[in-house]
Ligand binder design. Structure first.
Ligand SMILES: CC(C)(COP(=O)(O)OP(=O)(O)OC[C@H]1O[C@@H](n2cnc3c(N)ncnc32)[C@H](O)[C@@H]1OP(=O)(O)O)[C@@H](O)C(=O)NCCC(=O)NCCS
Length: 200
């Protein structure tokens, strides 16, 4: 069963993100930071988050934003003090993160595609539940959200080495655009055109 992501789901979703989306910039910063991002996402009218429940256990989730750049600015301003102290401490113990933080803040051009602001931010399904169509169902729910908000096109960024996720996006009909070096790794950038057809 698919439900909207709510406050009580944040901890579980952050843990699932942390254990599933390896080598990501957010994982490097830590679970506290991931949780704060998802908290901002579910509070924003421009964003959406959905979970997939199996016997009241969260086995997958998806998040998206109508305007990722605007969302990042909003979340940083809202949590400015907490983020400065927390991220500052993380950079102190892992100095290589400095470059990644700057890229996250100032590299929107590097990952930009014409005027596409909407983005599939993250998706994860528990490893023992993959291959059962859960990711596709979550994806279809996000497409409905975008269509209801008159978004005709959105993008996704995924590690080039993440073969499974690249195949997942290709099978859903995403078009590959280009590869950019971001956060110390090659990231593939894809776009998806929301068709008029109701998602299956
Ligand atoms: C990517 C992910 C969300 C896919 O979820 P899933 O529930 O396993 O995907 P589904 O079962 O709905 O598969 C949908 C389609 O993608 C294809 N697909 C999914 N994973 C695949 C893989 N590893 N290899 C090849 N094809 C794959 C399926 O074959 C299916 O195609 P079909 O509709 O033509 O049959 C899941 O593998 C995952 O959580 N990965 C780790 C987290 C991650 O990397 N997230 C993306 C980074 S943002």
């Amino acid at each position: 069963m698919i439900k909207k992501m709510e406050r009580q789901h944040l901890e579980e979703c952050a843990m699932l993100h942390y254990s599933s989306i390896e080598n990501s910039f957010l994982c490097d910063i830590g679970i506290f930071f991931i949780k704060k991002i998802y908290e901002g996402l579910i509070e924003s009218e421009d964003c959406a988050g959905y979970i997939y429940l199996d016997n009241s256990e969260i086995v997958g989730f998806i998040t998206g934003s109508k305007d990722m750049g605007k969302f990042i600015n909003h979340i940083i301003l809202k949590n400015f003090l907490v983020f400065t102290v927390y991220v500052g401490f993380k950079i102190f113990i892992k100095p290589y993160l400095m470059k990644n933080v700057f890229e996250a803040l100032f590299s929107s051009k590097k990952r930009g595609i014409d005027n596409t602001t909407a983005e599939l931010v993250s998706i994860a399904v528990k490893s023992n539940q993959r291959g059962n169509g859960i990711g596709k169902k979550l994806f279809n729910e996000l497409v409905v959200f975008f269509k209801e908000n008159n978004i005709s096109k959105f993008k996704v960024m995924v590690g080039k080495d993440n073969i499974g996720a690249n195949k997942f996006y290709e099978s859903l009909g995403f078009n590959f655009n280009f590869t950019a070096n971001l956060y110390g790794q090659d990231m593939n950038i894809y776009t998806y055109i929301c068709t008029a057809k109701k998602e299956e």
